[in-house]
Write a protein that binds this ligand. Structure first.
Ligand code: FCB
Length: 443
């Protein structure tokens, strides 16, 4: 089974960037040479991770990185999106860790030497534990610590990075980590969720200014995830509930960046829930960005709830991935069009899209037709959005390889490459081959 696009599709232009993505904690291992982070601590707590696993070895990319970038080069992709582990490059006293910086310099130079563009995310959830011990993202100081980290690392690596993203999915860090507690650091209060979101966005704005100063030639921005909410019915109550959910989960992060304000629902929060926002914060958060990274996986359906404002209805008959996430590519096109309508946007890069499927490795082959179909449908969805006038300039598959899927440990496989965790052998899945063939077919 092949991936194909219409002959005149903009995705087939050589200027369109195709890539693969990973994140530090999910693949690196190599924990002895970095600071402990909140995910190390969270994994060590009982009943947090589905298979009781952790990130101590993961894909052992810390040792196998050269093999991995050869694999990336063989796939023929234009770009690789990775994240830097904050605690690998910055010591507890805030000084630079030369060995850690060397690790990323070697990796990034290796990519450049293979003609692969480097998309680096500064924060993909692995907050150093010592900062969490001082309150983590509930402490405003963490935003300034992030600014310093961004300053040091972007000055060090300016010559080998094509694109910097400040944060990956602040929704997950704040909501999953501090509001409902299913991600590290496992705190669960609504006020914590809202306050940490504000400090994360502040950290983003502060770091943006630093990146524009240190790396004016690179493309600098942020990666947000969106799960578009759809109303379960046409009733006014359900539609209002859905609009609220969209404000709460999606526009909460984009509106401050593009409009310098939170969605109006903030006015309905009690004083305990409202985040503390200091004068000037919203202007910092709204610092112009060069690109918006969009991560898309699925949609959500909402209806009104008599006590809470909204209730999510899980999919029943719809096709789902191994995550239980509904496969609904029309929401992807819809999202891109809506973003384009709402805001005056910089170019969009799809920084993550992909799916977990139940994979079987048989005689070195993973015949993952479901994943190929997912990619086909979602590439079509992007193509449609571009045809409708949305400026999308790149697409990254999540993920290069199977890895540590957070609270679900190693039980979910998202890779284009299969990882045998016992031997650390990698096998290009049929989806990986199809993706590679599509990319190489461009003339
Ligand atoms: C996103 C994360 C990424 C990965 C995918 C499946 O929310 O950014 O690390 O876990 O989901």
């Amino acid at each position: 089974m092949k991936l194909s696009l219409p002959k005149n599709s903009r995705l087939l232009d050589k200027e369109f960037t195709f890539g693969v993505a990973t994140a530090s904690f999910q693949i690196e291992g190599g924990i002895a040479s970095r600071q402990a982070c909140i995910w190390d601590t969270f994994c060590a707590k009982p009943e947090t991770i589905a298979d009781n696993s952790d990130g101590s070895i993961a894909c052992d990319h810390f040792n196998l990185w050269e093999n991995d970038i050869n694999l990336i080069a063989d796939m023929g992709v234009d770009a690789y999106r990775l994240s830097i582990a904050w605690g690998r490059v910055i010591n507890e006293d805030g000084s630079a860790n030369a060995d850690g910086i060397d690790f990323y310099r070697n990796l990034l130079s290796g990519l450049k030497a293979r003609n692969i563009k480097t998309f680096v995310t500064l924060y993909h959830w692995d907050l150093p534990q010592h900062l969490e011990d001082n309150g983590g993202w509930l402490n405003r100081q963490t935003a300034y610590a992030f600014e310093q980290y961004a300053d040091i690392i972007s000055a060090e690596l300016a010559d080998v990075v094509d694109s910097w993203a400040t944060l990956n999915e602040p929704f997950c860090s704040s909501y999953l980590g501090y509001e409902i507690g299913i991600h590290a650091p496992g705190k669960a209060e609504q006020a914590f969720g809202r306050q940490s979101a504000h400090h994360l966005l502040l950290a983003h704005g502060l770091a943006m200014k630093v990146l524009q100063k240190n790396c004016p030639q690179s493309m600098n921005g942020i990666v947000l995830n969106f799960t578009p909410g759809y109303s379960a019915s046409d009733s006014e109550a359900d539609r209002q509930a859905t609009a609220y959910a969209n404000d709460y989960f999606n526009w909460w992060y984009s509106r401050p960046i593009f409009e310098g304000k939170y969605p109006d629902i903030i006015d309905s929060f009690t004083d305990e829930i409202k985040p503390k926002i200091l004068a000037g914060d919203m202007e910092i958060i709204a610092t112009p960005i060069d690109f918006l990274g969009v991560n898309f996986y699925t949609r959500a359906v909402y209806k009104a709830h008599p006590n809470d404002v909204f209730e999510e209805i899980p999919p029943t008959d719809a096709p789902v991935t191994d995550m239980g996430w509904e496969i609904y590519p029309a929401a992807f096109t819809g999202l891109l069009k809506e973003l384009n309508q709402r805001y005056s946007l910089p170019p969009i890069y799809i920084t993550e899209n992909g799916c977990a499927m139940k994979d079987n490795l048989t005689a070195g082959t993973v015949n993952d037709l479901g994943r190929i179909q997912y990619y086909q449908d979602h590439l079509n969805a992007v193509d449609e959005a571009i045809t409708a006038g949305v400026n999308v300039q790149g697409y990254f598959g999540w993920s290069l390889m199977d890895n540590f899927e957070w609270a679900l440990g190693y039980t979910k496989r998202f890779g284009l490459v299969y990882v045998d965790y016992d031997t650390q052998q990698r096998f290009l899945k049929e989806s990986g081959k199809a993706y590679s063939t599509l990319i190489k077919s461009r003339t």
